[in-house]
Design a protein around this ligand. Structure first.
Ligand SMILES: NC(=O)c1ccc[n+]([C@@H]2O[C@H](COP(=O)([O-])OP(=O)(O)OC[C@H]3O[C@@H](n4cnc5c(N)ncnc54)[C@H](O)[C@@H]3O)[C@@H](O)[C@H]2O)c1
Length: 370
């Protein structure tokens, strides 16, 4: 069996690589979920002996309680068993093998895709979100992948210092003080009905082939509350999690911090000065911190996506279809991005291939900005 399994290593590695570069669709979560349930004990033993101690090492590094490591599962058709075993090998050899990650805003969109992508690459992932049910759902998916951290889903507002402190106490208790990867992703977008209406008028003016003359006047209407909340969630949230993560990473000899910025922070978005300022602040924060902590082996980078098809864009309301169609027209690749394409960028920044990247801003934007 071990020989058969080894024949499939190449396929498994190719599959994993394809996921990273997006040559083939990312395997469905259920497909991977099957993996942990379908490998028989005998086949798992074959894999284990082929890998030496690597399999056990991953289990222990992640603090997972799997007893004697044996799996109870029904025997399967040889083809399926081989495929499952090959994927098991692919995962055990994966680039984030044994790493511990923490992702904020993991309950939806980019955070969820990043969480599951890091998990498929071998990391154990702790998740947090403002919405308890969403956090619990993604944590349960991690459970089926065998990639949870024993702190459970961490629920609350990333902008609250006491909440973030509690998250990191729980995380550190579960991991023995270890953290290798932090993804500061939590965020939101907002607008007001008047800005929406004016945007619609601007679109009509464009469609009519004329100049845009309707002013948005969004900044003139922007309230203190919306301004402060935007900066609190994005910028303060990024700072709070980073401050708590740094001692854990420093104690472990290094780490990766990935901050979710946006093209709003590099080019600005009309009608969203608060969002653009927060994201621009995150980019400056990323660069300054990269300079500060590089000598401790901590690499700090930002991702500045273009428009990605996630629930965040629901902020466009009735204008969503029209606005995204216009955005797609201005994008070289002619479409919005998918969450998995940003997750692939995060995986790169978290992995060995990014060992010479720090203080950088990678922008998966389909050519909207070139
Ligand atoms: N979708 C895009 O086009 C796009 C583009 C560039 C950047 N981004 C950024 O990517 C990040 C993720 O966005 P998304 O598109 O996945 O959005 P999303 O709405 O699908 O997911 C955001 C998640 O963050 C959580 N969250 C929001 N506020 C929070 C808070 N105060 N504390 C804890 N959790 C909170 C939400 O509950 C949600 O689960 C955001 O920072 C966003 O600004 C998104």
């Amino acid at each position: 069996m071990a020989a058969q399994v080894l024949q499939h290593v190449e396929v498994a590695v190719a599959t994993a690589h394809a996921e990273v570069v997006g040559v083939v669709p990312v395997p469905a979560v259920e497909e991977i979920v099957d993996l942990d349930g379908v490998v028989s004990e005998h086949e798992t033993e074959g894999v284990r002996s082929s890998l030496g101690g690597a399999f056990h090492a991953n289990v222990h590094a992640c603090g997972l309680a799997l007893g004697d490591g044996r799996r109870q599962a029904p025997r399967l058709a040889p083809r399926l068993a081989r495929r499952a075993a090959s994927m098991l090998i692919g995962r055990a050899m994966a680039e984030l093998h044994g790493k511990i990650a923490f992702v904020t805003g993991a309950g939806s969109g980019l955070g969820r895709a990043i969480t599951l992508t890091l998990a498929r690459a071998g990391a154990c992932v702790a998740v947090s979100d403002l919405r308890a049910a969403a956090a619990a759902e993604v944590d349960a998916e991690l459970g089926t992948l065998g990639a949870t951290v024993a702190c459970g889903p961490l629920v609350g507002d990333v902008a609250e210092a006491a909440t973030v402190q509690r998250w990191f106490e729980q995380l550190a208790a579960a991991t023995g003080g270890r953290l290798d990867i932090l993804v500061n992703n939590a965020g939101h977008a907002d607008t007001d009905p008047e800005t929406q209406a004016r945007l619609a008028r601007q679109v009509e003016e464009l469609m009519a082939g004329g100049r845009v003359t309707t002013p948005l006047e969004a900044t003139a209407r922007l309230t203190d509350e919306r301004w402060q909340r935007m900066l609190a969630v994005h910028l303060t949230g990024t700072f709070l999690c980073t401050r708590a993560a740094l001692p854990l990473m420093a104690a472990g000899g290094g780490g990766r911090i990935i901050n979710m910025a946006s093209i709003a922070g590099t080019t600005g978005i009309a009608g969203a000065v608060h969002y653009s300022a927060a994201k621009g602040g995150i980019i400056a924060f990323t660069k300054a911190l990269a300079r500060e902590v590089g000598c401790q082996g901590i690499l700090v980078n930002a991702i500045a996506p273009g428009y990605i098809d996630t629930p965040l864009l629901d902020v466009l309301g009735e204008q969503r279809a029209t606005q995204t169609a216009l955005i797609a027209l201005q994008t070289v690749l002619g479409r919005l991005g998918e969450a998995r394409e940003v997750a692939a960028t995060a995986l790169f920044l978290a992995g060995p291939g990014a060992s010479y990247f720090t203080g950088q801003v990678l922008s998966p934007n389909g050519g909207l900005v070139v």
